[in-house]
Design a protein around this ligand. Sequence first.
Ligand SMILES: [Zn+2]
Length: 137
Amino acid sequence: MEENRFCAGCGKQLEPGVSVCPYCGREMNGTAPAASRPASTEAASRRSNEERDSPAVGTGEWFVVLLLLGIPLVNVVLLLIWAFGGSASPSKRNFSRAVLVFLVIAFCVWLASFAAGLAILGGNPDLERRILELLGR
Ligand SMILES: [Zn+2]
C-alpha cells in the first residue's frame, strides 16, 4: 500500500518507501500520507503571504508612475523612495531598482564618452579648432 508522500521539511514529492528525504535530509516518520499533509514549504507560504499583502500594481497606478517618472529630479527622488523606502509593493520596488541601475550605467557610459571626447580634443588642437569653427557657423 505505497502512497505518494511529500516531505514535511521541504515539500518535495518523495519516492515510496524512503525514510529520509533526499532533498533536505529530514527523516520521515512514515505516518503522513500526502492527503493529510499538503505540500507547502515555508518559502511557498512566505511568497503567498507577500502576494496577498501587496496585490499587483494596477494599470492606472503604472500610468501615474510613468507620468511621475517624466518629471526631472522628482523621478529620481521617487525611484529612490520606491527602491529603498520599503513601502512600495515588491514589483514597483524591483522596477525602481532596475531603473536606478540602468540610470547609473547610462550615466557612467555618458561620463566615459565625455571624458574620451575631451581627451581626443585635448590631444588634437587642430581638431578642436575645426569643431569650434563648425559650431560657430
Ligand atoms: Zn525534504
